[in-house]
Design a protein around this ligand. Structure first.
Ligand code: SF4
Length: 430
């Protein structure tokens, strides 16, 4: 593992582009949020397009009692000929009568609900008064007009914060929707290090949601939680500054920053994490054999780009050509920029045609991008990785570090294999 790069990218001028973007909207976050929050329901107030997006992204849900749905805005709603609020109230009453297990209901705004300026925050207040205290109704926007796909989670967690109770307790809060098994690994490591009690946002059930106050300290597990960070700060909580827990190095630095906040020496962390860290380094080394020396280009999709570029360049030997993020949050992403050696273009936002020109000019070995761009790039002979897989796959902390590296190694191995089996076809594509 490398020591921190003496010349990181913190001062690198950022290329800012504000053109056409190619990303999924914030509704996508419902797919992982509804699995995490086991007594919540996500009711999208949107169009048939929104319903189709959710159905196709979460096709597996036909096997279970779904915890999300769409209240369809019909043409008469969009034309202002019907009172959409009355219909929404009726839809919610019907849903809650049928599903007494629901304790938290999120009204999720969409492009159509924003276009007709449906006030979902007032609707949430009205419906909480009607259906509380058993059910708390909250709202946030997943509209593609304003959000990229990970911002849906940020908006959801930020909507939860003002409703959390007050506390004076000195508690650690982990912020970010991790798969339960990954969250349990993190809680286990923190307990061995000597940090307790630890609470999680979001909690798995409404009754376990944390309280917040001036003695709360929190560590983000995801780099796309800027609004949640702002909401927690407004409640007086303090963030622990650290790189994100991706890879063996990132996880160790994250744990050490949390430990330092609680007056625990880094040596104690080293002692506790020795075995899982060694396992992670071994697993990463296996995938790094494919990744070493390969050039990678990140398009802006998930806001995971900077931590992942740090992991891939420092622990897997890759070279970053361009690292592009939808939003560069200097405060949250600064520790990552410090660790990335100078060299790559750092860019924020997207003008997709200009960015594709840079991909064509630099011809990276691997391009991380959305589904819509991946197929055309593959047809041009460029290997790609779908950004959305990075949020659907468990990738945090030590036990997942090898899988994280493998996600990037797999498309490169596939291309090598194809090149060996069909050399003429691959040459034609290039
Ligand atoms: S919220 Fe907007 S971008 Fe997302 S599915 Fe609905 S219409 Fe499409």
């Amino acid at each position: 593992m490398n020591t921190p790069a003496p010349t990181g990218c913190r001062d690198t001028p950022v290329l800012r582009e504000r053109g056409q973007r190619e990303v999924f909207c914030g509704l996508t976050g419902i797919i992982w949020l509804h699995r995490k929050m086991q007594d919540a329901f996500f009711l999208v107030v949107g169009s048939r397009t929104c319903a189709h997006l959710l159905q196709s992204a979460a096709g597996v849900m036909i096997f279970a009692e779904p915890r999300f749905g769409t209240a369809i805005l019909e043409e008469k709603d969009l034309a202002g000929m019907a009172d959409a609020n009355t219909e929404l109230d009726r839809e919610v009453a019907r849903l809650l009568a049928r599903r007494p297990d629901i304790r938290q209901l999120f009204l999720v705004g969409s492009c159509p609900s924003e276009v007709i300026k449906l006030d979902l925050s007032r609707a949430a207040e009205r419906l909480t008064a009607e259906h509380g205290p058993n059910v708390r109704v909250l709202n946030y926007s997943g509209s593609g007009i304003e959000t990229t796909f990970t911002e849906g989670e940020d908006a959801c967690l930020a909507a939860l914060v003002p409703a959390l109770p007050q506390t004076q307790a000195r508690e650690l809060l982990l912020v970010g929707a991790l798969p339960d098994v990954v969250e349990d690994q993190a809680l286990n490591l923190l307990e061995q290090i000597g940090i307790a009690p630890v609470r999680c946002l979001p909690a798995r059930r409404a009754e376990d949601m944390p309280a917040i106050g001036p003695n709360t300290v929190y560590a983000l597990t995801q780099p796309f939680l800027g609004e949640t960070h702002a909401a927690l700060t407004r409640r007086g909580a303090k963030r622990i500054t650290a790189p994100f827990p991706f890879g063996a190095e990132g996880t160790t630095l994250w744990l050490k920053a949390v430990a330092a906040e609680f007056g625990i020496a880094p040596e104690k962390v080293d002692e506790v994490v020795a075995a899982p860290r060694a396992r992670a380094e071994k697993a990463i080394a296996a995938a790094a054999a494919t990744l070493r020396g390969k050039r990678i280009f990140f398009m802006p999709d998930s806001q995971l780009e900077l931590p992942l570029a740090r992991f891939l360049t420092r622990e897997c030997g890759m070279e970053a050509v361009e690292i592009s993020t939808p939003y560069l949050h200097a405060d949250l992403h600064g520790p990552e920029l410090d660790l990335i050696a100078k060299g790559p273009v750092i860019s924020e936002g997207q003008d997709v045609d200009l960015q594709l020109d840079r991909v064509h000019a630099t011809r990276p070995d691997l391009t991380v991008c959305g589904l819509g761009l991946a197929n055309p790039l593959e047809a041009e002979g460029l290997a790609t990785k779908w950004a959305i897989e990075l949020v659907f796959t468990p990738v945090h902390f030590y036990e997942q570090a090898g899988d994280l590296a493998s996600l990037f190694a797999r498309p490169l191995r596939r291309r090598e294999l194809l090149a060996r089996q069909h050399p003429a076809r691959m040459e034609a594509a290039e």
